[in-house]
Ligand binder design. Structure first.
Ligand SMILES: [Zn+2]
Length: 313
């Protein structure tokens, strides 16, 4: 009996999570055989036919392919035709890779286009670059932990996302992947501010302000924002710290996004979805990102107020 009748969840959820994590770490370290053994052990804990069972079978198939890369015997048997087929197969992979890249490029161009028509060329380029850096933060961290990830996809006029399979991932690792976006986003804002200092073009001040603001917004611990998944690694005390820091900064700097971050933290304290082992380091990281992005946004807005005293913002 692999499914517990009382809670209707898999009995070995914890063991499975641990085995999946070890398997991914081993894959990342290039120890494919040991990784396959881990998956095989996990497979035995699951009822055949379940989605999880199929998912793990796919991981094993993937490793099997990597462990014994395409036996060339069939190309030999088929003679020249085989060589042609092999060449075609290679072309297909190349074409497929190109298509995946094309999807990324087309989506990013459409994204620039929308903001170009709204705010002009340089703001569109700066904004898209900032969003791209934010997404690359997620992408690089997903890859660092040994998971598969697709290049970011841009949704013109809305945002962007990196697709990856995060089921059964440790809350600490998931939080690091989520917070890498606002971290890289903050650096993109610093870079934009650096360009502003060296060129004196105010559009870069606007890009820097936007980067701080949008990355602070992304730290709201609710809905689909990055803060929502990062919050799973924080215990009750750390959530209270996020709440108090956000509300204090919101009141002092008069930036309402802080208050929404605080509101989200209050909701998550009330929801009580605390982790088994809270990660204190992640709590400091989370709060540092709130302060850094919020301060960047506030600072750039004040610079803009000094530059344009009669605009009324
Ligand atoms: Zn993000």
């Amino acid at each position: 009996m692999l499914v517990c009748p009382s809670c209707r969840s898999f009995k070995y959820a914890r063991e499975l999570e641990a085995a999946a994590l070890r398997a991914r770490q081993l894959t990342a370290a290039g120890q494919l055989q040991a990784a396959r053994d881990q998956w095989l052990a996990a497979l035995r804990l699951l009822p055949p036919g379940s989605a999880q069972h199929r998912g793990i079978q796919r991981e094993i198939d993937k490793l099997n392919r990597r462990l014994s890369p395409s036996p060339n015997s069939w190309t030999k048997r088929l003679g020249p035709l085989g060589v042609l087929l092999a060449a075609l197969a290679k072309f297909k992979t190349a074409a497929f890779l190109l298509l995946a890249k094309a999807k990324f490029l087309i989506s990013i161009l459409a994204f620039i286009g929308v903001y170009w028509s709204l705010f002009g060329w340089w703001f569109a380029v700066g904004l898209t670059g900032s969003v791209l850096l934010h997404e690359m933060g997620h992408y690089l961290m997903v890859r660092r932990f040994g998971f598969n990830a697709q290049l970011p996809m841009f949704l013109p006029g809305f945002g962007a996302y990196v697709k990856w399979n995060g089921a059964n991932v440790d809350p600490g690792i998931r939080a690091q992947i989520s917070l890498a976006g606002p971290l890289f986003g903050f650096f993109s804002g610093l870079m934009a501010y650096g360009i502003f200092l060296s060129t004196h073009q105010t559009v870069w001040l606007a890009v820097a302000q936007f980067a701080g603001w949008i990355n602070l917004l992304n730290l709201i611990p609710a809905f689909i924002f990055d803060g929502a998944s990062a919050m799973y690694a924080l215990g009750k005390q750390a959530r209270w710290a996020v709440l108090l820091v956000s509300v204090a900064l919101g009141l002092v700097l008069r930036e309402y996004v802080f208050l929404f971050v605080g509101l989200g933290a209050a909701y998550r304290i009330w929801k009580r979805d605390f982790p088994a082992e809270p990660k204190e380091g992640i709590a400091y990281y989370f709060i540092a990102l709130i302060v850094a992005n919020g301060f960047l946004s506030w600072y750039c807005l004040n610079q803009a107020r000094l530059l344009f005293p009669h605009r009324g913002f």
